[in-house]
Ligand binder design. Structure first.
Ligand SMILES: Cc1cc2nc3c(=O)[nH]c(=O)nc-3n(C[C@H](O)[C@H](O)[C@H](O)COP(=O)(O)OP(=O)(O)OC[C@H]3O[C@@H](n4cnc5c(N)ncnc54)[C@H](O)[C@@H]3O)c2cc1C
Length: 411
């Protein structure tokens, strides 16, 4: 294959950019179309987890170093859980203790900056052909792939389409049969503030599980220059059932809730409330088919407990590039051949997605959450175990075992 138009990526978000970069590393050219012009905003919590760092390092350890030197990011060293009983549990990310070089385990960076950072990487790569400010219109199957009409008047005939066009992907809906299912979908809103009091000194992210938003949460994430990303995420079926106006409820909590109102008394809004959908990976879906692969939000891969999706978008982009390489080598783009992509993605992600689904449903019982936080605050071994749970899935599994809570109560 030598034409960059034979592999087409839809969308240059983190998932699309990462796919293009891994393809280029494998010496495979591609074209990527993006409807916006960079730098562009994306509604998000702006937290870049350890998994983002893991995939970026797999691509090139240097890129993490370069990112860590930018002044538009800050390192994050842990998470502060606030249980429904308003007791806090500060849990450092484990890497801090184990890592002799003290690499930052996670970052916080506005998406307008992080996404542009990745976008510039693809701009600098001669194997990647970028068509910005362009969307797709009619998409039709052909004998050997696709005929896709762009809104700039151009028509492309790729053999393989990698859909990375996010939560509202038209391609995923039409050809991947991906539906919006309220039980596996979350609505999120984000606001940028300055002047929020008591932001964490080590940039721990703050997840506040107020009973008003269960099984979701309100977050306060510190950003550079004393700013903060503040938002709420909640499952769509619960919003509908409880008839909640999420923006109104968030505003009310910030101005009236005893836990929050003092902290926001002098805070100023820099950018008002904006909403966007989060397609959750709490259900296994078919994410490939004849001549196509779906990645990131287009494949509904967001963690149902934490709401993190950037890491999974990058991870699925990496697997998509590897699968595309094999498809080219074998000249086989059939649904049957590309199914190995689903296997790779779910082999890596399914156990944690499933577990997060269980944790999300446990939030129906806020007393369990209160119990864990109360006990961990007075038991350093338990606190350390919870810290390790972020990286150790086996340990995290204990949270769904009734014996874990039995031991907490009577142990
Ligand atoms: C409120 C909220 C808070 C969140 N907080 C976090 C968090 O803190 N940490 C985290 O890890 N995740 C978070 N997420 C999830 C995260 O934003 C997504 O999982 C992530 O952006 C997925 O990346 P992606 O590349 O798949 O899609 P996107 O980032 O959505 O990128 C898709 C790209 O495709 C382009 N596009 C769309 N349609 C077309 C088209 N027709 N033609 C061409 N291009 C198109 C878009 O312009 C965009 O650039 C949050 C989401 C929301 C809504």
């Amino acid at each position: 294959m030598n034409s960059s138009e034979e592999i087409l990526i839809l969308g240059a978000g983190p998932g699309g950019c990462m796919t293009a970069l891994f393809l280029a590393q494998l010496q495979i050219p591609c074209t990527i179309i993006e409807k916006s012009q960079f730098p562009r905003d994306k509604i998000c919590g702006d937290a870049l987890s350890g998994k983002v760092v893991e995939v970026l390092k797999k691509y090139d350890p240097e890129i993490v170093q370069q990112f860590a030197e930018k002044d538009f990011q800050i390192g994050s060293w842990g998470v502060n859980f606030v249980a429904p009983n308003l007791k806090s549990l500060r849990v450092p990310f484990k890497s801090q203790k184990n890592n002799s070089q003290k690499t930052v385990p996670g970052f916080l960076s506005k998406r307008i900056d992080f996404d542009y950072f990745l976008f510039r990487e693809i701009q600098n790569n001669s194997l990647i052909n970028i068509i910005e400010n362009t969307s797709y219109e009619k998409v039709q199957r052909t004998n050997n792939g696709w005929e896709i009409h762009l809104n700039n008047g151009k028509t492309l005939n790729p053999q393989l389409i990698i859909a990375a066009d996010g939560a509202y992907s038209r391609f995923a809906k039409e050809f991947g049969n991906i539906k919006m299912e309220p039980e596996h979908y979350c609505a999120g809103i984000r606001t940028y503030y300055e002047g929020v009091k008591d932001l964490d000194s080590e940039n721990f992210i703050e997840l506040i599980f107020l009973k008003e938003f269960l099984p979701g949460y309100l977050w306060i994430f510190p950003l550079p220059n004393g700013q903060a990303n503040v938002g709420v995420g909640m499952r769509s079926d619960v919003i509908k059932k409880k008839k909640i106006d999420l923006k109104k409820a968030m505003n009310q909590c910030i101005h009236e809730h005893p836990f929050l109102k003092e902290r926001f008394k002098e805070a100023k809004i820099i950018d008002g409330m904006k909403g966007f959908g989060l397609p959750l990976g709490s259900k296994k879906r078919k994410i490939s088919g004849n001549h196509f692969l779906l990645i990131g939000d287009a494949a509904s891969l967001i963690d149902p407990f934490t709401g993190e999706g950037i890491g999974n978008a990058l991870m699925s982009g990496m697997f998509a590039a590897h699968t595309a390489q094999l498809a080219i080598q074998n000249q086989n783009f059939s649904a049957q051949f590309l199914n190995q992509y689903d296997d790779k993605v779910y082999k890596r992600l399914w156990s944690e997605l499933r577990l997060s689904r269980v944790l999300q449903s446990l939030l129906k019982y806020p007393f369990l959450f209160n119990l864990v936080v109360n006990k961990a605050n007075s038991n350093s071994t338990l606190k350390h175990a919870i810290s390790c749970m972020f990286e150790d899935l086996e340990l995290r599994n204990q949270l769904k075992n009734p014996m874990f809570y039995f031991k907490l109560i009577f142990g």
